[in-house]
Write a protein that binds this ligand. Structure first.
Ligand code: NAD
Ligand code: TYD
Length: 340
């Protein structure tokens, strides 16, 4: 099977490529990535010499480049991880989110249709459902929860999902969509909560917690997300949406305190800062459908996953130190300068 993976130099796509090449040795993986600030070739170093792996640098919104890549590789499966993925960046600069996340998806869908791919899979997010109240722990997102977005990021991801649903109905394309909760693990770009707090704490820098730190996220170890996607593209039903999550809701402040505790650092590093505009209160996934239909269950408990993640960041300082370059410093100043 030839699998074309977009966004494979990023966090989840990179982990997906490592895990797929290790567990499906008969498959070939072609990674297409524009190498934006979030894409890092060092994430792909462990697979660069694998004879079943190919890399193509391209923008998914560039229809000429994408068509040429499809013509060259003729993929059986296309999995679209590529996206602008950070809510805070979408608040300051929404335009690129619409271009990559919506137009990029349209370009990939059109190429998949022209080249008759057997499965197109859209990697979406639980953020398309909006948020849940803190005082109703009984409420969870199901696949039927209406789309109700809060940020330019989630709106652009919802736009892409709607486009996929339109192509299913109009062109009868074999498309699946997955909507996962917040992931964490190795190769996570340090603008997101867990790696940012980890790296700041390791350097004894303040940990900027938005608002009161009471917002809740439903955390899943990245490899559990990757395995769910492999199950969906191989055994899932075309035309279906699958929620992915492991019933692991935590308030941000509790996650931050757990990181400090595991690193042996003091809570005095915590710095409460101005809240994010439009900040979603709580995400909580109901994964019953993927459990029942595909037998998927998360394998990694949060405590173990966090330990493994901390160990990885301690052992891979070079990876994240290279990431903390000029662009990242400018972003950090832009996003946190007025807040602190
Ligand atoms: P990431 O920001 O770490 O990586 C994104 C990758 O896409 C980078 O390698 C980047 O270079 C590439 N990319 C960006 N624009 C591109 C373009 N125009 N053309 C080609 N490549 C481009 O993101 P991530 O956290 O790995 O997320 C991957 C996907 O999973 C996204 O679609 C995101 O919406 C979704 N998702 C993420 C989470 C999470 O917790 N991180 C949860 C649910 C869903
Ligand atoms: P993030 O990792 O950006 O993921 P998302 O917004 O997509 O859920 O943020 C996770 C939570 O952590 C979210 O409630 C915002 C909060 N947060 C902070 O408190 N401080 C930070 O510096 C960051 C990046 C996030």
């Amino acid at each position: 099977m030839k699998i074309l993976v977009t966004g494979g130099a990023g966090f989840i796509g990179g982990n997906f490529i490592h895990d797929t090449l290790a567990n499906y040795p008969d498959d070939t993986v072609i990674c297409v990535d524009k190498l934006t600030y979030a894409g890092n070739m060092e994430t792909l170093t462990p697979v660069m010499d694998n004879k079943n792996f190919f890399f193509e640098k391209a923008d998914i919104a560039d229809s000429v480049a994408i068509r040429a890549i499809f013509e060259k590789h003729h993929p059986d499966i296309v999995i679209n991880f590529a996206a602008e993925s950070h809510v805070d960046r979408s608040i300051t600069d929404p335009g690129i989110f619409l271009k990559t996340n919506i137009i990029g998806t349209q370009v990939l869908l059109d190429a998949s249709r022209e080249f008759d791919v057997k499965r197109y899979h859209q990697v979406s997010t639980d953020e398309v459902y909006g948020d849940l109240p803190l005082d109703r722990p009984d409420l969870l997102f199901t696949e039927e929860t209406p789309i109700h977005t809060s940020s330019p990021y989630s709106a652009s991801k919802a736009g892409a999902d709607l486009l996929c649903l339109a192509y299913i109905r109009t062109y009868k394309m074999p498309i699946t969509i997955s909507r996962c909760s917040n992931c964490y693990g190795p190769y996570h770009f340090p603008e997101k909560l867990i790696p940012l707090m980890l790296i700041n704490a390791m350097q004894d820098k303040p940990l900027p917690v938005y608002g009161k730190g009471e917002n809740v996220r439903d955390w899943l170890y990245v490899i559990d997300h990757c395995r769910a996607i492999n199950l969906i593209v191989r055994n899932g039903t075309p035309g279906e949406i699958y929620n992915i999550g492991g019933h692991n809701e935590r308030a941000n402040i509790d996650v931050v305190k757990e990181i400090l505790q595991q690193l042996g650092k003091p809570e005095t590093l915590i710095n409460y800062v101005t809240d994010r505009a439009g900040h979603d209160m709580r995400y909580g996934i109901d994964p019953t459908k993927i459990n029942n239909e595909l037998g998927w269950l998360p394998e990694t408990k949060f405590e173990d996953g966090l330990k493994q993640t901390i160990k990885w960041f301690k052992e891979n300082k070079k990876w994240w130190q290279n990431v903390l370059d000029g662009e990242y410093q400018k972003y950090y100043e832009r996003n946190y300068g007025d807040r602190l």
